[in-house]
Ligand binder design. Structure first.
Ligand code: HEM
Length: 254
């Protein structure tokens, strides 16, 4: 009887995402979902009920005059959760930025340089998406096309952070419970957004508009990662869970 070798004996497992990157990935996932939901509420507070202590003695009636006093603070709770989410997103952003340059295992420059070979490789991936031909080789690093998309995503996160802090500090009176340095620091780092977006209304609109682009990124990203897993059969979807994927290319496994 012929000894049939298994067809997949040349499949290798390669390491693609460190533990810290995986923690960042899922922290971002949870915090962004939280901030999209709470952000929609802050922009359009459709659930308004409960009496604040002042309204309890007011002759005016309407949605605000029903319910219990503690329910009047629903906006305060929603903003609280929005700020907690923002802290998670901002910390994740700075850890990502640090690792982009100083990660020992997968610094961003291994995948992304906005010129030369890397741009050609990114273009080859885009071509493959449209033609389904000539799949670029899998390597130990993110492919340059994904790296460009992920970098763009982090630029959006940065803009959300500075526009968010600008809206936050605009309600301060010049000091805070932790001292005057905190509002000063927020003004110092984010006042330029007033100039770029044409005042506080522009900053608010930019914050809302960027949220929509981030939502488009999330849909695109999940779609392409599922697409890659189905079309390439290399288990790409496993990367943010176990840190590994498979490859048939002859590269050094780790
Ligand atoms: C709010 C939702 C999500 C956001 C914002 C997000 C964001 C990101 C970012 C920024 C990266 C690059 C990480 C790096 O810098 O190394 C990444 C990688 C990745 N994500 Fe997500 N992600 C989300 C949800 C998901 C989901 C639900 C899946 C599928 C289970 C997924 C699968 C992947 C995979 C497979 C990679 C690695 C791609 C590669 O290295 O080739 N993501 N994600």
């Amino acid at each position: 009887m012929k000894n049939i070798e298994p067809a997949n004996n040349d499949i290798k497992m390669i390491h693609r995402m460190t533990v810290i990157k995986r923690v960042i990935h899922w922290a971002l996932f949870l915090a962004l979902i939280n901030n999209i939901i709470t952000g929609f509420y802050i922009a359009y507070p459709f659930l308004m009920f409960g009496k604040s202590p002042i309204q309890a003695y007011s002759p005016s009636i309407g949605v605000l005059s029903t319910g219990e006093t503690y329910q009047a603070f629903i906006m305060a709770y929603v903003r609280y959760f929005h700020f907690i989410g923002a802290i998670v997103i901002d910390v994740a952003f700075f850890v990502w930025l640090y690792l982009a340059f100083f990660s020992l295992k997968e610094p961003l420059y291994k995948s992304f340089m906005p010129f030369g070979d890397k741009m050609n490789e990114a273009f080859r991936m885009l071509k493959h998406y449209f033609t389904l031909k000539n799949k670029p080789e899998t390597t130990r690093y993110q492919d340059p096309f994904n790296a460009i998309i992920f970098t763009f995503f982090h630029v959006l996160i940065f803009l959300q952070m500075v526009t968010g802090f600008q809206m936050y500090v605009s309600s301060f009176t010049g000091t805070s419970v932790i001292g005057g340095w905190w509002p000063w620091f927020m003004h110092f780092t984010t006042d330029w957004t007033l100039f770029v977006f044409g005042g506080l209304t522009g900053v608010t609109l930019a914050h809302l508009f960027i949220m929509w682009i981030i939502m488009i990124f999330i849909i695109y990203h999940i779609y392409t990662e599922v697409w890659r897993s189905v079309m390439w059969k290399e288990g790409d979807i496993l990367i943010p869970f176990g840190g590994y994927k498979y490859t048939k290319n002859n590269i050094e496994a780790e």
